[in-house]
Write a protein that binds this ligand. Structure first.
Ligand code: GRF
Length: 184
């Protein structure tokens, strides 16, 4: 399952890799919002998409669990909400997320989207990158599966850095999924 809310570039990159791997099946893309660009692209490509809106809140967890019934591995990609505890518990060790920085730095509250790259540049870091990690009850704090790095150059802006990191993300998420499946 690939949880996804917006642009969906990681979801689409991952889905494409999964589809071309004879040993894997893309079980479902969970879509909170059917008009998100990534979801529209996934539908165009014929990927299995399930609409699981956040509302009504009271039934969100049970509807999400139901949608994940046939799923073995869960990859969050741009999922903007906290994952319900019951979902984390059901998939412990089999649910992962990607973050656009080198955790544990630049993670946690407020660290999403362009804010992450602004903070990295502000802190004059020499390198950045992405982290794929297991999802635990504490935001951005699950065990790291894989990190990939790129240099932060003096001329980098938050936007150029975001573009570099996004390229790395597209290469890293599938590798991380394979690593976890292979038990490495
Ligand atoms: C990515 O930067 C990812 O690291 C973070 O959310 C962003 C989603 O981008 N979790 P996209 O929708 O996959 O293009």
């Amino acid at each position: 399952m690939i949880g996804h809310a917006g642009r969906g570039s990681n979801m689409l990159a991952l889905a494409q890799n999964i589809k071309s791997d004879p040993n894997m099946t893309l079980a479902t893309v969970i879509a909170p919002n059917m008009s998100a660009p990534g979801v529209i692209a996934a539908l165009d490509l014929g990927y299995p998409v399930q609409h699981v809106p956040y509302e009504p809140k009271e039934t969100y967890t049970s509807r999400l669990l139901e949608a994940l019934n046939e799923v073995e591995w869960v990859c969050l990609a741009g999922f903007m909400k906290l994952v319900p505890i019951a979902v984390i518990q059901r998939f412990r060790g089999r649910i992962m997320n990607i973050h656009p920085a080198l955790l544990p730095k630049f993670g946690g509250k407020g660290m999403y989207g362009i804010h992450v790259h602004e903070a990295v540049i502000q802190a004059q870091e020499k390198e950045s990158g992405c982290t794929v990690h297991h999802v635990s009850e504490i935001y951005d704090e699950g065990e790291v599966i894989l990190k990939a790095t790129c240099p932060v150059l003096p001329e980098d802006t938050p936007e150029t850095l975001a573009a570099k990191v996004l390229k790395l993300e597209h290469l890293s998420y599938f590798r991380a999924l394979q690593k976890v499946i292979d038990g490495e």
